[in-house]
Design a protein around this ligand. Sequence first.
Ligand code: ADP
Ligand code: MG
Length: 221
Amino acid sequence: MIQLNEIRKSYNTEFTSLEVLKGIDLTINEGEFVSIMGSSGSGKSTLLNILGILDEYDSGEYLLDGRLIKNLTQTQAAQYRNKFLGFVFQSFNLLSFKMAWENVALPLYYQKVDRAIRKERAIEYLDKVGLKDWANHYPNQMSGGQQQRVAIARALITEPRVILADEPTGALDTQTSYDVMNIFKEVHEQGMTVIIVTHEEDISAKTQRVIRLQDGDIISS
Ligand code: ADP
Ligand code: MG
């Protein structure tokens, strides 16, 4: 599903150059449940943003489902993201003035799906994350764990092939974190490729495979 060959990435300012990814080689197969684990500053988010086609790399090759992801236009990048990828972030990124179902339905709004069908599908996906009864609540009426489950439902509603999550449990207490990891496990069991970035050992231990990043290098995978 994902193949990286010798991926390098530096951040350059006028005076300095910081090499953040130092030649990453990595294969992630369809249906895997993996974590990318490393301490703060090791390059996890940089790597995930490249996988998510949110950022470009300097050299090497990234193949997503056999397609070379390189020098894409904004439109092509958006098309690949919409077709293949679902995103979950540490801070949930829900719209506070929209109800849970409206947040979940948002990607379908951009696909110009009719409102009645959007609502029906959104409630179906809220049901998958155990929140059917919360469809008409606003984010500030829900706990952090519930909000993250809404965000996961929103990521799933377009039926992506890969879910990318950057520190999805970073704002949650331990038990709630494990509940959220159980949702990701169920998503994986339904056949999706799930990639979780974390700096917490106990979170990475919930995944099938741990890819360890240290100072921009993979030290084990
Ligand atoms: P992690 O997610 O593992 O904490 P990041 O990928 O966010 O690590 O960052 C890796 C390194 O790159 C850090 O030293 C960080 O300060 C630096 N960095 C990240 N983004 C930028 C940027 N846009 N410009 C300059 N330096 C950056
Ligand atoms: Mg990060």
